[in-house]
Write a protein that binds this ligand. Structure first.
Ligand code: ADP
Ligand code: MG
Length: 268
């Protein structure tokens, strides 16, 4: 068997809903694919928004991350192609809601996703340099699986009054996963999303978050942009829907920052 080259695995996580996890997974994934990376998005949210947003309808979700998590199929069998070249997707649907109970009694319940990704990397001809896991809005077993599999966590944080609330709980969970399941896990960075320059509060939140988290916050801030929110209803990343809009351009910059940090991490 040849040496296994593992992709870089990033968990896109925040237990709050509506903060931009899925939008970030789709558009960061698209931007990385556009510069030649082979990217796999794993939809680990029962709501399946990443799948819908990438134009994968319910009928195309023949095999899903549910099947992968319960061990009914391997990850390769679930993967479908998207409208974006080099961007692949393991879709999800509501079945995933039941997974936690189904695997609760299994000893490897926190390592199901890690095993699936490692099997994909070692046994198939499937090229993949980045895996982005779109997590559900919860610190449940699915998110724990993502963190147990990941090299690092990427946290989208919405520029709103309660942005920092809940963040310490998220950081605590990362710490717990590091201490028990995955000593290797780090925080890749925090990306501020839905920034509104006309709103003073947005600027204040940005300043507070930078105060609190320092270097961990990416320079790139994702603006609130209606084009970004329209794109999913066309089953397209906003980078395909309107590449020139400020939101898409911000995701292009975020991708180059992510790659820059990757180079530093690898050199370290
Ligand atoms: P999460 O996955 O964390 O629940 P989403 O990525 O689904 O969050 O985003 C929540 C909602 O906000 C969606 O309707 C999405 O289209 C919208 N949204 C996300 N990012 C932006 C943005 N930069 N500008 C405008 N709307 C956005
Ligand atoms: Mg989501």
């Amino acid at each position: 068997m040849g040496a296994m080259t593992l992709p870089r695995i990033l968990a896109i996580a925040n237990q709050k809903g509506g903060v931009g996890k899925t939008t970030t997974a789709i558009n960061l994934g698209t931007a990385l694919a556009a510069i030649g990376e082979d990217v796999l998005i794993i939809d680990l949210d029962p709501q399946g928004n990443a799948s819908t947003g990438l134009g994968i309808g319910m009928k195309q979700r023949v095999r899903t991350t549910y099947d992968v998590m319960v061990g009914d199929c391997d990850l390769r069998a679930a993967i479908v192609e998207t409208v974006v070249p080099r961007l692949h997707l393991a879709p999800s649907n509501m079945d995933l809601l039941g997974v936690e109970l189904e695997i609760a009694g299994e000893r490897d319940r926190a390592f199901r996703l890690r095993k699936a990704i490692h099997a994909l990397a070692s046994s198939s001809d499937f090229p993949c340099s980045y895996v982005l896991v779109d997590c559900p809005p919860s610190l449940n077993l699915l998110t724990v699986n993502a963190m147990a599999a990941a090299d690092a966590v990427l946290v989208p944080l919405q520029c709103e009054f309660f942005a920092l609330e809940g963040l310490s709980q998220l950081l605590r969970t990362v710490e717990q996963v590091r201490n028990s399941l995955n000593p290797h896990l780090s925080i890749h960075g925090v990306v501020l999303t839905m920034y509104d320059a006309r709103n003073n509060l947005s600027g204040q939140v940005m300043a507070d978050v930078r105060d609190f988290l320092g270097e961990k916050v990416y320079q790139t801030v994702i603006p609130r942009n209606v084009r970004v929110s329209e794109a999913p209803s066309y089953g397209k990343p906003s980078l395909l829907y309107d590449l020139k809009c400020p939101g898409s351009q911000a995701y292009v910059r975020l991708a180059s920052e992510v790659i820059q940090r990757e180079k530093l991490l690898r050199a370290a």
